[in-house]
Write a protein that binds this ligand. Structure first.
Ligand code: BMA
Length: 374
């Protein structure tokens, strides 16, 4: 009898303790029909906020300072031994059906790099410097204040612009792994719109027009084109405060990540470093506080010091500021390969005087490279 009771007790205790804990509830991005992998990316980004800050680099795998298209190569890897956790790409000219983008990266290669990044557990994000549809010039042609208006419903270029979005949709729909599964990515579109240097900028469109451009794009890609592997990132240039940050915000139903772009400007000196750090802090306060309130993911859309003349920039200027915040990643801009653009780089390459500092930066506990997020 005693043995039976003991046995029964043992079985009972096993039933209670071995009961599977239900999987933690998944949060949903703005696209309620997002693929399971996209929902997982969203939740992974939320989880990773507690682990640290990922390092990102624009065009990292396609080229670097003084080289172009060398399989497996990356300036960041040459210096640190690992790939950045986040690799960013630029879609400019995909809307034209071009074979390569405005920085000469072939879209076919880009798809391959996205696949490689995904296979090693890394994360991909995109920007889009789409051309000015009115003049046929670049995204920087912002002499008119009516381009956005013309692409909105009833505008003269609306249908043609939807044709451009068809090409963007086709590109995202072709990001697949070897098993044919869609790879989830982040789309940081119409960025730096609090500045006046793109046709979608603050002197080129009213806040209402900008918001309509944004919501129209999300709805067209998601609801008409059935693109369900995207998270959407909102990324003005640096702003003064939350009100300024939200001036052109299309609403919580249209944004997954809240970001900002902020660069070091001017020659390196204590005053300019303090100015950059103040701007970074101010914008970090804004995005992290708003993310907390609105259940969004805060991140740094773009930053950097061109040519990195300060060999302590990463550990002394950037790190002390970002380390006070929970953000998803910090994205450093591209290392141009073009021979006539040799000073245009934001991550050190092997042999650069800032390389040891970058190495020390990525070794910090809360700074995450590809291997740290696998
Ligand atoms: C800018 C510069 C340009 C580049 C553009 C789009 O900031 O890097 O050289 O063409 O971004 O990537």
């Amino acid at each position: 009898m005693k043995t039976n009771i003991l046995l029964a007790l043992m079985i009972l205790s096993c039933i209670t303790s071995c009961k599977q804990t239900p999987a933690a509830e998944q949060q949903l991005p703005i696209d309620k029909q997002a693929t399971p992998e996209t929902v997982e990316l969203y939740n992974r980004l939320l989880r990773l906020l507690n682990k640290g800050i990922m390092v990102g680099h624009q065009d990292d795998l396609a080229y670097g300072h003084g080289w172009y298209k060398e399989p497996g190569r990356s300036d960041v890897k040459d210096v640190t031994g690992d790939y950045p956790a986040v690799v960013a790409w630029e879609l400019g000219h995909v809307e034209l059906g071009a074979a390569f983008n405005l920085d000469s990266v072939y879209f076919a290669d880009m798809k391959q790099y996205v696949k490689e990044t995904h296979a090693r557990g890394g994360i991909t994000t995109f920007s889009w410097h789409g051309d000015n549809i009115v003049t046929g010039n670049t995204a920087w042609d912002c002499a008119q204040d009516s381009v956005v208006r013309t692409v909105l419903p009833n505008g003269a270029n609306h249908d043609r612009f939807l044709g451009w979005l068809d090409k963007v949709a086709a590109f995202f729909g072709d990001l697949k792994d070897d098993s044919g599964m869609l790879i989830p990515v982040v789309f940081r579109m119409y960025h730096e719109h609090s500045g006046n240097w793109f046709w979608w900028g603050n002197e080129q469109s009213t806040p209402e027009e900008y918001k309509q451009l944004w919501t129209m794009t999300v709805e067209y890609l998601r609801d008409t084109k059935n693109v369900h592997n995207l998270l959407y990132s909102y990324s003005p240039s640096e702003t003064r405060d939350e009100a300024h940050y939200l001036e052109r915000y299309p609403g919580d139903d249209y944004v997954d990540m809240v970001a900002f772009d902020c660069y070091y400007s001017g020659e390196v000196n204590a005053e300019n470093s303090a100015k950059y750090q103040d701007a970074m802090r101010r914008n970090l306060e804004t995005v992290t506080a708003y993310a907390q309130k609105a259940h969004k993911i805060p991140t740094i859309g773009e930053t950097g010091m061109e040519s990195i003349p300060d060999s302590t920039y990463f550990t002394q200027v950037v790190y002390p500021v970002i380390n006070d915040y929970k953000i998803s990643w910090i994205l450093f801009w591209r290392n141009a390969w073009e021979p006539n653009n040799q000073k245009h780089f934001y991550a050190p390459f092997a042999g650069h005087p800032s390389a040891p500092d970058f190495k020390a930066f990525v070794s910090k506990e809360r700074i995450l490279m590809n291997k740290n997020i696998k």
